[in-house]
Design a binder for this molecule. Structure first.
Ligand code: PAF
Length: 282
């Protein structure tokens, strides 16, 4: 496995791979890899000849009062796990490489509307930061396939839209959420939870599961949402949003929508947890 710190070094090896007629899969990450990330890499290995992983904590997607400085950075452990798994190339750029003249004056990519709701409403800088860095990484790596986790459901939808709108020639593949045994969706931010909060955290997933059942039994979306928000608040969460949505547009679901997703974000103490569950009314 080769670790690259410059775009030139990575692209020179990628050219060799392309010239040999081999296919590539790309897994962008912010590091602090857990099983969810490793499953993305495994999927890449099953779909392409070489897997390229990027590890970069992108400052552009963090708000002024968010956790950029404390975001867990575990590069040595990450590289060890990736090597064990069989990733071929890891790109570990610095801010100077990604934003040479500073992030404020860097060109931006945005996906209006789809990126404005849910996480985009409470974190206005978030999706613009993600689409800018992911577009840049896509252009650098030019992989046949790019792989993302479905835990970040809205992120995946925004990236799919960007790829379609900008005719980016990579196939975007989504991989189901990987959960702890008690149902908590794996996330690097779970490390922030105190031991008491960690016991409560799986309630988010349980609440979404219960909500799904209620909707399938015919309970109205608004009632299901209000009940779920009350249940979470009673457990100590502060709910940011919890919405039954059309799974493609991510707009509030109407009675004619059949493919739905329940999207949720909630603070538990200082930790922001997100989760989602899909359901089909067919
Ligand atoms: O999902 C993430 O880890 C990040 O948002 C991504 C896609 C690597 C962009 O920084």
């Amino acid at each position: 496995m080769k670790v690259h710190h410059t775009i030139e070094s990575l692209q020179s090896d990628l050219l060799t791979i392309k010239k040999a007629g081999k296919t590539t899969a790309f897994v962008p990450t912010m590091g602090n890899l857990h099983q969810g990330h490793l499953d993305l890499v495994k999927k890449g290995l099953s779909l392409a000849d070489s897997v390229i992983v990027s590890i970069y904590v992108n400052p552009l997607q963090f708000g002024a009062n968010e956790d950029l400085s404390t975001y867990p950075r575990t590069l040595d452990d990450d590289l060890f796990a990736l090597k064990e798994l069989g990733a071929a190339h890891v790109f570990v750029p610095t801010d100077e490489i990604m934003y040479p003249e500073g992030k404020e004056v860097h060109s931006k990519v945005s996906v209006p509307k789809l990126g404005d709701r849910h996480c985009g409403a409470s974190r206005p800088q978030f999706f613009g930061g993600i689409t800018t860095i992911v577009a840049k990484l896509f252009n650098i790596v030019q992989a046949d396939i790019s792989i993302f986790g479905e835990k970040d459901f809205q992120q995946l939808a925004v990236i799919r839209k960007m790829v379609e709108d900008l005719c980016i020639s990579t196939k975007v593949v989504g991989i189901p959420i990987v959960r702890e045994d008690d149902g908590l969706a794996m996330s690097s931010r779970n490390n922030y939870l105190s031991s008491d909060e960690r016991m409560i955290a799986p309630t988010l997933h349980q609440t979404l599961l219960a909500m799904k059942e209620k909707i399938l039994e015919g309970v109205e979306y608004e009632k299901a949402e209000t009940d779920a928000i009350d249940a979470l608040n009673n457990k100590g969460f502060v709910v940011d949003y919890l919405n039954v949505c059309n799974s493609k547009s991510l707009e509030p679901a109407t009675s004619s929508d059949k493919e739905l997703v329940i999207l949720a974000a909630a603070m538990l103490g200082k930790t922001r947890l997100i989760d989602n569950i899909e359901l089909s009314l067919k």
